[in-house]
Design a binder for this molecule. Sequence first.
Ligand SMILES: Cc1cc2nc3c(=O)[nH]c(=O)nc-3n(C[C@H](O)[C@H](O)[C@H](O)COP(=O)(O)OP(=O)(O)OC[C@H]3O[C@@H](n4cnc5c(N)ncnc54)[C@H](O)[C@@H]3O)c2cc1C
Length: 294
Amino acid sequence: MSLKDLIVNDRPISVSFEFSPPKTDEAEASLWTAIKRLEPLQPAFVSVTYGAGGSTRERTHATVKRIVEETSLEPAAHLTCVAASRSEIDEIVQGYWGAGIRHIVALRGDMPGMEGPYQAHPDGYRSTPELIAGIRRIAPFEVSVSFYPERHPDSPNHHHDVELLKAKVDAGASRALGQFSFDNEATARFRDDAARAGVAVPIVPGVMPTTAFRGVERMASRCGASIPAWLSRAYDGLDDDVESRRIVAAAVLADQVQQLRGLGFDQYHFYTLNQANLSYAACRLLGLTPKDLS
Ligand SMILES: Cc1cc2nc3c(=O)[nH]c(=O)nc-3n(C[C@H](O)[C@H](O)[C@H](O)COP(=O)(O)OP(=O)(O)OC[C@H]3O[C@@H](n4cnc5c(N)ncnc54)[C@H](O)[C@@H]3O)c2cc1C
């Protein structure tokens, strides 16, 4: 698909943006600048992550609550099974419903500090499908979940990943958000295999801007995403040259959404890293135009 066909395209499109709860006043100001810049693009929802082991419980709650109160956006709160009993998690879920949150991104999560193999809390939800069922018992939340185009590090194989997504959907999930991946063919393969296995929910690629390339490499090594040799080569020698990294990242992102659109994807989940510019530009290339909210 050419850049022109990407921008001028009649197929409906929908995007979502992921943010992390800020740690400082300065980070909070920067997050809100990003949220306000992206709001006119009218994303389907914006999601707010939950720190490993529940370490951002209060900050995640405060951020989604402020999004409900101060914007036209629909927030989705991430929630993991880690380091909490069922009753503690149920209390958080009830708090979200009371605060007007209607969408949860339900996850297994990782051990605090990514230390050691995953171990379910003795009184906790033991898996993501169990967590989803627990959430849906409390209230009719919309539930999104993860999928891994290149296999989760704890998964024995691709078939297991597809079957696990099916179990999550059977438990009540209605959308799968992809771990970031630069292997667009793998993402399309996952979508097609999931459809063949009877998974009938949107499979949404996760798109990660690469300006902070060394950080992206670190994240990739933890989550099972591969870094292609051509991408490393593009960033080679640019560690101290942020301006060139920004230009490379914009080109990489434009190429990726172009390829994904060509593969038939009409929904995208952007890992914004709390910065608006690249995600905003990619949405413009996908043909989205901002709405005047005044
Ligand atoms: C869209 C998205 C958003 C995310 N948001 C957050 C976030 O906000 N906070 C955060 O901390 N992390 C987040 N993560 C990262 C995620 O928590 C980790 O990747 C985690 O390792 C897996 O969680 P999951 O829900 O994807 O796992 P699942 O897809 O449920 O499972 C992953 C693998 O673990 C296996 N598994 C399940 N239970 C066990 C067990 N008891 N023992 C061993 N293996 C088991 C499964 O069989 C499967 O192979 C996010 C990931 C994605 C893709």
